[in-house]
Ligand binder design. Structure first.
Ligand code: DC
Length: 476
């Protein structure tokens, strides 16, 4: 079993990799520590910044040794000299991007990393594991997190080592390093097309570990992730942790756990990525601020894996508000009329929304919806079928449950209030917008007869909306 774990600085890779290695009985290789070690030696030899080209020879001649530690950063030695702490200091951190962009340094270290991988049963952590070093890895994960969260984590990590550094300084350092690591010509920080992206912002360490273990589960000697997590028979034989984000209907052994995320077919290329990042980082903060959005029940949302999000519908802008409140990208099924205004169609297309022709059996829309779930992503639906301006909730169409039934995934019911008042007489208004996520609606057992199963799914969904409605009416 080879796991490739990549991601930007401070995304939590080391912590996660170490723990996953322990639980699955794998070795762990911190490739960042290797680049840091070479950087320290290059600094000491006076090769930075003008003679970095000589650092490759230095790397090749250096007897570098890494020693894994159970609950701490990897120990690093050059011969008998220990450099574990020095390589985490600011001089190294500020220069490591420049040294690691050197082709000769990369060639030497990539070779060493491949040798380690060839011994098998290892989790390799870095920037280019999934794309360059072990492109055939059994599992590829790309961890991300917001820049603020990454800086906070780095600050805590440094504090534990007795180093104080301001959050502003750390944000500046990480931003610079991100830009350098992603922009370099050789082996840039990039998610492999077949990697699974996990945004760890707001997730607990245990949740992220659970998610990675779950991904490895089906490929790890057929062991289910639940067993890998907790059973004494597992290689790591250790602690129990919930498998995060696994909705009960979607067992981790499902093939969709090996599927692409995000959906490359829908979000692809630098412009799409830029649009996506913009839409999902700048817009949510602004929308939340302007409409004093009150969001509750986010803990009900699984952080990874396929899920359906079903919301009431009172305004054309509902997807916009729901997308801003939801911690993951939602692929909305939206009425095809929106595409008749070409610029709007282009943008929402890029953001992974897809059209449905209402009033007819739109097979393509159904296929797209199932594809979204099949890829382990989030499908957004409005089960009333059309907008209801005057009531909080119209009639729920039972047909919408077909997607969760077909794919065996849970549905998160969502009640939005206030969105019907954000545009009045074609002018924007700023009422308070409320978004409430309800507990996941489970899919009825696959053992039931089909008609009974469909009826039960609809019943559960309607009951979930009624619960949300009465809970929020009581609070009003
Ligand atoms: O993971 P880290 O912060 O310890 O990594 C230090 C630097 O090393 C990082 O800024 C980029 C570089 N690096 C790399 O270029 N390729 C890798 N596989 C790992 C790290």
């Amino acid at each position: 079993m080879i796991i490739a774990l990549d991601g930007p600085a401070g995304s939590g890779k080391s912590t996660i990799a170490r723990e996953v290695a322990q639980r699955l009985g794998l070795r762990y290789l911190d490739t960042g520590a290797m680049y840091r070690a070479v950087t320290l030696l290059a600094l000491e030899a006076g090769l930075v910044p003008d003679r970095i080209g000589e650092a490759g020879a230095l790397a090749a001649a250096t007897p570098l040794r890494l020693e894994e530690r159970e609950n701490d950063l990897t120990r690093v030695f050059v011969g008998d000299r220990e450099i574990t702490d020095e390589i985490r200091g600011r001089p190294v951190t500020q220069n490591v991007s420049a040294v690691s962009a050197d082709p000769a340094v990369r060639a030497v270290l990539t070779e060493k990393q491949r040798e380690e991988a060839a011994r098998g049963d290892v989790i390799l952590e870095g920037r280019d594991m999934g794309t360059v070093v072990v492109p055939d890895a059994d599992v590829k994960v790309f961890l991300t997190a917001s820049i603020e969260e990454r800086a906070r984590r780095r600050q805590l990590q440094l504090q534990a080592q007795g180093v104080t550094q301001s959050l502003e300084e750390l944000i500046a350092d990480i931003t610079a390093r991100d830009a350098y690591d992603s922009g370099r010509a050789l082996a840039p920080l990039r998610m492999a097309d077949d990697a699974i992206e996990i945004d760890t912002t707001g997730m607990t360490i245990d949740e992220v570990i659970g998610a990675v273990v779950a991904l490895a589960g089906p490929k790890h000697g057929g062991e289910s992730p639940a067993a890998a997590n907790g059973a004494p028979a597992s290689a790591a034989g250790g602690a129990t942790a919930p498998v995060a984000g696994l909705s009960p209907g979607s067992t981790p052994g499902d093939p969709r756990w090996g599927a692409k995320w995000p959906l490359c077919r829908m979000v692809r290329g630098p412009l799409d990525r830029w649009l996506y990042r913009f839409a999902y980082s700048f817009i949510p903060a602004t929308v939340r601020f302007l409409w004093r959005m009150e969001i509750s029940g986010v803990e009900n949302v699984p952080r990874v894996g396929a899920v359906v999000v079903a919301s009431n519908h009172r305004s054309n802008l509902d997807p916009f508000f729901l997308g801003s409140a939801f911690p993951r990208q939602i692929h909305f099924m939206a009425k095809a009329e929106l595409w008749s205004f070409k610029p709007l169609g282009w943008v929402i297309d890029k953001l992974g929304t897809f059209p449905v022709n209402r009033g007819e059996a739109d097979r393509k829309a159904v296929r797209n919806a199932l594809d979204v779930l099949g890829a382990g992503a989030v499908l957004g639906l409005f089960p009333e079928g059309h907008r209801h301006r005057e009531t909080d909730l119209g009639e729920i169409r039972a047909g919408v449950t077909m997607f969760s039934l077909r794919e065996g995934v849970t549905t998160i019911p969502v009640l939005m209030r206030g969105t019907d008042r954000v545009v009045r007489n074609r002018l924007p208004h700023f009422p308070r917008v409320r978004v409430v996520f309800g507990p996941p609606v489970e899919v009825p057992s696959a053992g039931l007869p089909r008609s009974e199963r469909t009826a039960l799914a609809a019943e559960r969904l309607i009951a979930a909306f009624q619960d949300l409605l009465s809970a929020t009416s009581r609070e009003k």
